[in-house]
Every structure is written in structure tokens, then in C-alpha cells.
Design a protein around this ligand. Structure first.
Ligand code: NAD
Ligand code: DAU
Length: 352
């Protein structure tokens, strides 16, 4: 690692906190600056174990605030940026697309502009790393995989905003020679994920004997990757990825939602000492998500063959670890589920 100072945006969120932890611990001689607006999804409790490390610094700020971002780049001499800050939940993008446009597109352009201004004379050893999603590729049928060559076909306001930011990052590479790299990852799971997303929501509802909302028939397929393995891939790509390139990251681990939920029900029945089948009785089919993508599946062949990445654990182990973490961290869950979460939940699931 040559970088003396790295900006990580969105470091108080789910994936960002795992990336910050990995970098702070692995690179004690590199200063890690975590910039986060602390929206409903940002939680500094996720980083309590590294907050006092000498190479960690937190900056509260909004990437949509252009003067603030320019000032931040003036105050720090960043060698690299790992950009994760985003509005990330598809359902919220359906009810409020504009906030996704502002953060995911305008926010990304503010960062690109600031990096371009600061690095215009010494860009060779710098890197702007943009973290994106497999959802930009659209929806697969029953077969096939997304590769780095798959044409973009985003279908939700969230994925359209991420696709737009990816295009802008590539445009800055070609037009201004800004040194960039992009990765597109499949669904992450693990500790610290906000319980609006499927896996923590299901764990929390089972624990509290609340209905498990399954969209449509539960036949949609997602490719799940343990979040720590995404963070490891980000580390490799930041250090060894080729400028101007894109890398897909996936778990090679496809599950139909309904099958995944049933596995979680059965694990939780055992862990909570319940009769077999008790948690499954909570499964409730609800109205489908608008424009619900059928299937995502990632081909990570390029990342594996060029950089030697592979996931460190199998899904069976990852889901056990994840469930144990949520059961052991009741206080974390209580703290993130405040009145705002309750009113979101009511609007999304009860009043729809
Ligand atoms: P998250 O919603 O848990 O965290 C997002 C973080 O960004 C939060 O800490 C939030 O406070 C911060 N943020 C939001 N708006 C901001 C703004 N305007 N200025 C500064 N900070 C702001 O998201 P996540 O699931 O950790 O996803 C992180 C990134 O990875 C996103 O770019 C997302 O598109 C991408 N991604 C996520 C997944 C997944 O499965 N969760 C998969 C592939 C890619
Ligand atoms: O593929 C990567 C993407 O994965 C990321 O870019 C997004 O930021 C992340 O949120 C995730 O998007 P999904 O829409 O796939 O994740 P979510 O957890 O919202 O839903 C997973 C699947 O479960 C999806 O098919 C919808 C379904 N679902 C979700 C919720 C919240 C339900 O059936 N019921 C639910 O209550």
C-alpha cells in the first residue's frame, strides 16, 4: 500500500464499515478518513472497535454539498478515494427517486470534480475507486451470468442512478484521464446491515414472531456474498486493479428468496428452541415490488483469474455467523430501529 491518506465515503454504512475496519487494521501507516452524512443508514456504532485508532478519522458531511467536498479535498491531500456513499435501498428508490439522483449521481460528480481538480498535475499514483452494483446489468432469465461485458439495462430508480454514476466515472477516465476503477458486486449479507434489507429483516421478524413479508411468489433469485469477502475484494482491487477497468464480484451462491427464507426459519427454530416449522408459519406473501428484477448472478472469473480473489467462506457458515451476530447484538438492532424505522415499515408493509 503506497497511499498515505485514503478517503472512504459511506464508511458508517453496512459495507463501508467493513471496508473501513479492514483498511484501518491492515494499513496502520495509512490515514483512513471516513466521510459520512449519517443518514438513517449510517451508524457510527458499526465502527466502535476502530474509532480510537490513530490512523482513523471521521468527517461528518454530505457528498451533495459541493463547497464542502471541495474544502475537504483542500484540507486533506488524498491519494485515493473509495466511494461507497449512496442511497442503497431499491424500495425507497421507488417511493423517492429524487434523493437517489441527488446522492448517487450529483454526489458522485462532486467527488469526481474535486479529485480531478486536486489530481490534475499528479494523477499517476492516485485512484478513484467507485463501488457499484450488479443491478446496473438489469435482470437475468433462468440461465446466464453478468460479465463485465454485459450491456447496462437498469430497471429501478436505484439501479438507474448507480448506472448513471458508473457511466460518469468512466467518462472522467476517458475525457479527463482521471485514474478510476469500478467494481460491481452482488447482494451482500452479514453483520451491521440495516434491517430494511431482506436478511436482517427476516431475522428480526422471526425473532419477534412478526410476519415475514415475501414479495410476489418468492421466486426471485439473488447471488449472496458475505460482506467481509466483498471488503477483501475491494482491498485487492484498490491495490492491484488496473486503472480504467471494471471488476465483477459475486458469491457464486444463488438462492430463490423463498428457499433462503426457509433455511433461515429452520436455523432460527433450532437456535431459539422453537418447534420445527414454527418460524415458517410466519411467511406471508405480499404485493410484489414494482419492476422486481427476476434474477441476478455474477461471473467473478476476471477478479479470480487476474487478482486471485475467492470468497473465504461458504454460505452455510456465513449465514450461521450472520444469524448469531444479530441474535447477540440485540442492542444494535434496538438502536437502529427507532421511530423513523417504524413509520417506514408501516408505510412499506402495512399500508401498501
Ligand atoms: P448503506 O445504505 O448501508 O450505507 C450507505 C452509507 O452512505 C450510509 O452510512 C449513509 O449515511 C451514507 N450516505 C448516504 N447518503 C450520503 C450522502 N449524501 N453523503 C454522505 N454519506 C451518505 O449501503 P451499503 O449496502 O453499505 O452499500 C454501500 C455501497 O455499495 C453503495 O454504493 C451500494 O450501491 C453498493 N452496493 C451494495 C450492495 C449490497 O448488497 N448492500 C451490493 C453491491 C453494491
Ligand atoms: O444486487 C446488489 C444489490 O442488492 C445492492 O445494489 C442493493 O443496494 C441491495 O439493497 C440489494 O438489492 P436487493 O433489492 O436485491 O435487496 P433486498 O434485500 O431489498 O431484497 C432481496 C430480495 O428479497 C429481492 O428479490 C426482494 C426480496 N424482498 C425484499 C424485502 C426487503 C422480499 O421478498 N421481502 C422484503 O421484505
Amino acid at each position: 500500500m503506497n497511499a498515505k491518506r485514503i478517503l472512504i465515503t459511506g464508511g458508517a454504512g453496512f459495507i463501508g464499515s467493513h471496508v473501513v475496519r479492514l483498511f484501518v487494521n491492515k494499513y496502520p501507516d495509512t490515514e483512513i478518513v471516513n466521510l459520512d452524512a449519517l443518514t438513517y443508514a449510517g451508524n457510527l456504532e458499526n465502527l466502535s472497535d476502530v474509532e480510537n485508532k490513530p490512523n482513523y478519522k471521521f468527517e461528518k458531511g454530505d457528498i451533495t454539498d459541493e463547497p464542502y467536498i471541495n474544502d475537504l479535498f483542500d484540507r486533506y491531500d488524498f491519494d485515493g478515494v473509495i466511494h461507497l456513499a449512496a442511497e442503497s435501498h431499491v424500495d425507497r428508490s421507488i417511493t423517492d427517486p429524487l434523493s437517489f439522483i441527488k446522492t448517487n449521481i450529483v454526489g458522485t460528480v462532486n467527488l469526481l470534480n474535486a479529485a480531478r481538480n486536486k489530481w490534475k498535475d499528479n494523477g499517476e499514483n492516485k485512484l478513484f475507486y467507485h463501488i457499484s452494483t450488479d443491478e446496473v446489468y438489469g435482470s437475468l432469465g433462468e440461465t446466464g451470468f453478468f460479465t463485465e461485458q454485459t450491456p447496462y439495462d437498469p430497471r429501478s430508480p436505484y439501479s438507474a442512478s448507480k448506472a448513471s454514476s458508473d457511466h460518469l466515472v468512466r467518462a472522467y477516465y476517458h475525457t479527463y484521464k482521471l485514474p478510476v476503477v469500478i467494481s460491481n458486486c452482488s447482494n451482500n449479507y452479514g453483520p451491521n446491515q440495516f434491517p430494511e434489507k431482506l436478511i436482517p429483516l427476516v431475522i428480526n421478524n422471526i425473532k419477534n414472531m412478526k410476519p415475514i413479508p415475501v414479495y410476489g411468489k418468492g421466486e426471485n433469485v439473488r447471488d449472496w456474498l458475505y460482506v467481509v469477502d466483498h471488503a477483501r475484494a475491494i482491498d485487492m482491487i484498490f491495490n492491484e486493479g488496473k486503472k480504467g477497468e471494471t471488476y465483477n464480484i459475486g458469491g457464486n451462491n444463488e438462492w430463490r428468496n423463498i428457499d433462503l427464507i426457509k433455511v433461515m426459519c429452520s436455523i432460527l427454530d433450532k437456535k431459539l428452541g422453537r418447534e420445527p416449522g414454527m418460524s415458517e408459519s410466519l411467511i406471508t406473501f405480499v404485493k410484489d415490488r414494482a419492476g422486481h428484477d427476476l434474477r441476478y448472478a455474477i461471473d467473478s472469473g476476471k477478479l479470480m483469474s487476474e487478482l486471485g480473489w475467492k470468497p473465504s467462506l461458504q454460505f452455510e457458515e456465513g449465514i450461521e455467523k450472520t444469524i448469531d451476530w444479530y441474535l447477540e447484538n440485540e442492542k444494535w438492532m434496538k438502536n437502529v430501529i427507532d421511530g423513523t424505522y417504524e413509520s417506514y415499515y408501516k408505510k412499506q408493509y402495512v399500508d401498501r
